[in-house]
Design a protein around this ligand. Structure first.
Ligand code: C2E
Ligand code: CA
Ligand code: CA
Length: 608
């Protein structure tokens, strides 16, 4: 016998569908199809709709879907919707709707026509998905991508977006925008000495000060590190920008409280103005950066001059800041920046091609007028630019590291030459030569080994070689310096502190350093016939050198008057244009020969 299979009571498919629709998570809404006012009428909503909107079913049946719209609903989209539905096309989009309690939610929706058996449209069915949460996440993500987490300021990406937008507006009507590049001065010192946490704290506070000194329509962004970009949109005049720059620089005037300490910080600003929509954002930022670099450079020089003015022999105490300033971009700076760039590769090639030459400047005994020594000063005979002074290429060479090779070459060249002079003029075997060591060179690991090698090769008496190292380099990390100086000294060479008076010497170290000579910077010498103060300073330096058993050589002596005062202060060797400018090899050889015949062509006594 076949078992009787009992048929279950199944619902009709139509009922199943209604059920499924009722329980769907999406909101489902069916309306009549009138598009003209008063518009379609809601004939069906599911449970999902009630959950999403807060309306009960009975409250919406017979109403128009407009009850869901509000101020932020996308009107343009509704127009497109009407248009599309009129032509029987499905529609999809995204908009903001309003719940019964008035709160907003974001939906993604699509609308399809429902047709009867004859294919005629009878109703519209809208399916809506609540994407509010996803939108919030997207917003958060967008925020994170476009902002600096430390300060909460916009980052470079957002800055570029805003800048592009600001420039595009200049398309329609003339409009002046300004891009400022701000960089904190010596921020590294804070980070290195107080730690990153303190550095972060300071940056956050600085960001806040900057922000509060700008209009709400301006953008300030953190580019990273201690660099900030500022966009001033639609400014009236260039002088308005200069005033804003001053305000920004000034906003740092008051000290910051970091970890219970008062910290002072300054910034340098570069500014570039953009009136045309054709300007490229990256290019503008680069120009502002170049101008900022100039501001720093200028500031540093001004700072040095200021210091020089105030210098007193004690020279102890904390390092004061004060290079803050701002600078407008001008095309000349571009040339300079480009030059700096080309220089780097040119320098290396120049060295390989033998474009460097050594000039020599005599150091003269004030007692006899004899040349006691020569300072080797490097020159670059650039094939296109002509003779380039070291002040222009040494800093670049220093930055790129080429200085080490240049320095080695100068040393080698000078020693070989000195040896020839010794050989050809027996009585000049006491002639000394000094060579300058740059900061970078001074800290190269096997500096002493290299020097020893050159001395051995040329068979020079180490005593006849002097190495000049600037005061700033010597006093920077004096403890480490002491070791390097001692190693160098053990070779038997002489050591000189160059540009004395421009740095901050610690007397304690000065006493311990195995140096032989102090070279008084020419800025003090220049002040000799103008200011009594400088005369006192120079006299004090000479006294100090004598107490420490050091030779003192003032450099940059240009006039007989300066010479007279130097002698009065007890100085017995000097160097400067008054005696001779640095000379190329042949000219120097000729001068040495003349000097052999008894003194130089210079007057040592006041004849008046
Ligand atoms: P420095 O060591 O202080 O060299 C003295 C500078 O003063 C030289 O400039 C010299 O030409 C100049 N000078 C000398 N007497 C007078 C004067 O009476 N009046 C004026 N106004 N200036 C005078 P220069 O040759 O342009 O050198 C500049 C600096 O470049 C040097 O300053 C030195 O720090 C650096 N330097 C030069 N040659 C070398 C080198 O071979 N290696 C390294 N590392 N640095 C060098
Ligand atoms: Ca020197
Ligand atoms: Ca010097």
């Amino acid at each position: 016998m076949k078992p009787q299979r009992r048929k279950k009571q199944h619902k009709e498919p139509a009922h199943l569908l209604t059920d499924a629709m009722w329980h769907a998570r999406e909101a489902v809404l069916i309306t009549t199809m009138e598009l003209d006012p008063p518009g379609p009428e809601i004939v069906y909503v599911n449970e999902g709709f009630c959950r999403m909107t807060g309306y009960a079913r009975a409250e919406v049946i017979g109403e128009t879907p407009r009850i869901l719209h509000g101020p932020k609903t996308n009107r343009a989209q509704l127009d497109r919707l009407r248009h599309q539905l009129a032509s029987g096309q499905p529609f999809d989009g995204e908009t903001i709707n309003y719940r019964k309690d008035g709160s907003e939610y974001v939906i993604e929706w699509y609308i399809v026509p429902l047709r009867d058996t004859a294919g005629e449209i009878t109703h519209w069915m809208a399916i809506q998905r609540d994407i509010t949460e996803r939108k919030v996440l997207e917003e958060q993500l967008r925020y994170q991508v476009l902002h600096d987490p430390l300060t909460g300021l916009p980052n470079r990406i957002l800055f570029m977006e805003r800048l592009e937008h600001a420039l595009s507006l200049a398309n329609r009507k003339p409009r002046l925008n300004a891009v400022l590049f701000a960089d904190l001065d010596d921020f590294k010192v804070v980070n290195d000495s107080l730690g990153h946490e303190a550095g972060d704290d300071l940056l956050t506070q600085v960001a806040r000060r900057f922000r509060s000194n700008l209009r709400s329509e301006d953008t300030i962004a953190r580019f990273g590190g201690d660099e900030f970009g500022i966009l001033l949109e639609d400014v009236p005049t260039a002088s308005y920008v200069a005033n804003a720059a001053e305000r920004i620089v000034d906003s740092l005037r008051e000290a910051f409280l970091v970890k219970g300490r008062e910290l002072a910080i300054t910034c340098s600003l570069g500014i570039v103005l953009a009136a045309s929509s054709r300007e490229r954002p990256n290019e503008l930022i680069r120009k502002a950066d170049v101008a900022m670099y100039e501001a720093k450079r200028e500031g540093k020089q001004r700072f040095a001059r200021e210091l020089m003015r105030k210098a007193d022999i004690a020279m102890y105490g904390a390092k004061g800041g004060g290079k803050a300033r701002y600078q407008m971009f001008d095309p000349d700076m571009n040339t300079r920046a480009l030059k700096r760039f080309d220089f780097e590769s040119d320098l290396k090639r120049g060295l390989e091609r033998g474009e460097f030459v050594v000039y020599y400047q005599p150091k003269v005994s004030l007692a006899t007028g004899n040349i006691l020594g020569l300072e080797a000063l490097v020159r670059w005979e650039h094939p296109e630019l002509g003779l380039v002074p070291p002040s222009e290429f040494i800093p670049v060479a220093e930055n790129s590291g080429v200085i080490v090779d240049i320095g080695r070459w100068v040393l080698q060249e000078t020693c070989v030459q000195l040896r020839r002079w010794h050989d050809s003029h027996a009585s000049e075997s006491s002639l000394r030569a000094s060579v300058n060591l740059s900061a970078r060179q001074f800290r190269t690991p096997d500096l002493a080994g290299g020097i020893a090698g050159v001395l051995k090769e040329t068979g020079l008496d180490p005593e006849s070689l002097e190495l000049e190292i600037t005061e700033t380099v010597v006093m920077d990390d004096a403890q480490a310096t002491l070791g390097i100086l001692e190693t160098l000294k053990s070779l038997g060479v002489r050591l000189a502190i160059d540009d004395f008076g421009t740095g901050y010497s610690s007397l304690a170290y000065l006493k311990r350093f195995p140096v032989d000579t102090l070279k008084i910077d020419r800025l003090f010498v220049a002040g000799l016939d103008k200011s009594v103060e400088d005369e006192v300073i120079v006299a004090a330096m000479i006294g100090l050198a004598r107490d420490l058993g050091l030779t003192v050589i003032p450099e940059g002596v240009e006039t007989l008057e300066q010479l007279r005062r130097l002698r009065k202060a007890g100085c017995d060797v000097a160097q400067g244009y008054y005696f001779s400018r640095p000379l190329p090899l042949e000219a120097m050889t000729a001068m040495l020969r003349r000097n052999l015949l008894g003194g130089g062509p210079w007057t040592l006594q006041d004849t008046s």
